[in-house]
Ligand binder design. Structure first.
Ligand SMILES: Cc1ncc(COP(=O)(O)O)c(C=O)c1O
Length: 477
């Protein structure tokens, strides 16, 4: 206790404020998974991690590509001659060939309907870095951004923690599949103005995290008109753009810019990354696309803190260089995600669970009609983690104003594990309906279908380790 107080005094107020969110349900799930991870044979009662938005469905394709392209790695005789080029100092503009390949990929993901200028593409450490970078360049401490709720749980960390920005929710509702309406935007904006808060912009995710929904063209147009009329910025987080698998198809704000007249293009900004589309979160690759020279200049200087390793740029360049490989990976991702969404959502109505109508992304939101009808009571994820050892994110962590919604990722495990997870969810809901206080583990343990080999599970399915740092001092005791 004494040590804690002392070290707190030694650290800055910004670094130690609670906006990282480590003490939230979002990270509670991580901790529970870390201490008891599911394994089909070694720990069949362990925790299944459905709280992490990660795409593990295409590892096999990338691995096959790596085997066929030994020159992509500096640790092979074929690739070692790239070592010096990689080890040398790099400036913050990045490799032009790499940015060119990413600009082509962004265009392909948008059906070739828009072109991107590689010189306007800035690199950052993942989409986390991209979103922080853009907020740092657009807003001063105390300024606000509007954000449609429910929204990505880590936005408070990414957008507010170090910038001093605040988020103002725009309330969306399940009655229209959480669509963003002009009325809701105006209401949130007016409320902020009444409170003398300086609103600098609106940030949206399209496709949405947590819902997996895509924003329809007319809605996007109305959003663009809204930000223009109010002279504020629009940041579009389009990191799931390559993952849409159903109609209505994903429409990017860059297409809207082309179609609408008299809009202030310089107030519209896009963030993009490769991890969700290609399943590479560990590569930490993110981008900001800017429309003016002034923006490019300001963001390039600021991107010094999150440069992308040259080795990563060269490796990904080789994968993305060939348009046919890009196409093959994207189609495979979309097809596999569509199948996986179907497996999950077909398994839920049996116990009366309804899911948000998702069209893209790695996620879906399910609604559990439990008895407790408050956001605090019903959205307590600890209940699900402890009773049936499964992590799903409660609505309170993604700022949903309606009780009962839980975010589920269906792409970070294999199909058999999804089926076991569904079984556990059904057991939980059935138990609650019958008034059972705590679901007995043995009720579903005996039904586990362990048709898959544990080796395959280890290779493909084990979720990565928690992002929460562990102190080696604590571990040693
Ligand atoms: C909407 C959204 N933005 C940003 C991020 C952060 O992405 P990255 O892992 O590339 O930093 C995520 C990750 O889940 C996300 O869902």
């Amino acid at each position: 206790m004494g040590l804690e107080n002392n070290s707190q005094k030694l650290l800055s107020k910004i670094a130690t404020n609670n906006k990282h969110g480590e003490n939230s349900p979002y990270f509670d799930g991580w901790k529970a998974y870390e201490s008891n991870p599911f394994h089909p044979t070694k720990n069949p009662q362990g925790v299944i991690q459905m709280g992490l938005a990660e795409n593990q469905l295409c590892f096999d394709l990338i691995e096959e590509w790596i085997k066929n392209n030994p020159k992509a790695s500096i640790c092979t005789p074929e690739g070692v001659n790239q070592f010096r080029h990689i080890a040398n100092f790099q400036d913050y503009h990045g490799l032009p060939e790499f940015k060119n390949a990413v600009a082509n990929l962004m265009s392909k993901v948008r059906g070739g309907r828009v072109r991107f200028d590689p010189d306007r593409l800035l690199m950052s450490g993942g989409a986390t870095g991209a979103n922080e970078l853009i907020m740092f360049c657009l807003a001063d401490p105390g300024d606000a951004f509007l954000v449609p709720s429910p929204y990505y749980p880590a936005f408070v960390r990414d957008l507010c923690w170090r910038t001093g920005l605040q988020l103002i929710p725009v309330q969306c509702h399940s009655s229209n599949n959480f669509m963003i309406t002009r009325e809701a935007l105006e209401e949130a904006h007016k409320k902020a103005q009444d409170e003398n808060i300086n609103v600098k912009g609106l940030i949206i995710t399209n496709p949405s995290n947590p819902l997996g929904t895509t924003i329809e063209k007319e809605t996007l147009k109305s959003i663009v008109s809204f930000i223009n009329e109010n002279n504020i910025h629009l940041v579009c987080d389009e990191i799931y753009s390559g993952t849409f698998y159903d109609t209505p198809k994903f429409v990017s704000v860059s297409e809207i810019i082309q179609e609408m007249e008299d809009i202030k293009e310089d107030s519209i900004h896009t963030t993009y990354s490769l991890p969700k589309d290609l399943g590479l979160p560990g590569f930490r690759v993110g981008f900001v696309y800017s429309s003016t020279d002034e923006d490019v200049d300001c963001r390039t200087k600021n991107s010094s803190f999150g440069l992308l390793r040259r080795e990563t740029q060269i490796f990904l360049l080789q994968i993305l260089y060939d348009g046919k490989t890009q196409e093959r990976f994207l189609r495979a991702v979309q097809k596999r995600l569509a199948l996986r969404r179907e497996v999950f959502t077909k398994g839920t109505p049996k116990v009366g669970i309804k899911c948000s109508q998702s069209y893209g992304g790695l996620l879906v939101c399910m609604h559990l009609s439990l008895k407790e009808k408050t956001v605090e009571g019903e959205n307590d994820c600890r209940v699900i983690v402890h009773e049936v050892t499964i992590i799903v994110l409660p609505g309170v962590s993604f700022h949903c104003s309606e009780p009962g919604w839980y975010r589920v990722c269906f792409a970070n495990m294999d199909e058999e594990t999804v089926e076991i997870a569904l079984m556990r969810i059904r057991a939980f809901v059935n138990g609650r309906e019958k008034g059972v206080k705590k679901v007995e583990m043995k009720r579903w343990k005996s039904n586990l279908r362990l048709s898959f080999s544990s080796r395959r599970f280890e290779e493909n399915v084990m979720s990565p380790h928690s992002p929460i740092p562990h102190s080696p001092l604590v571990r040693a005791t």
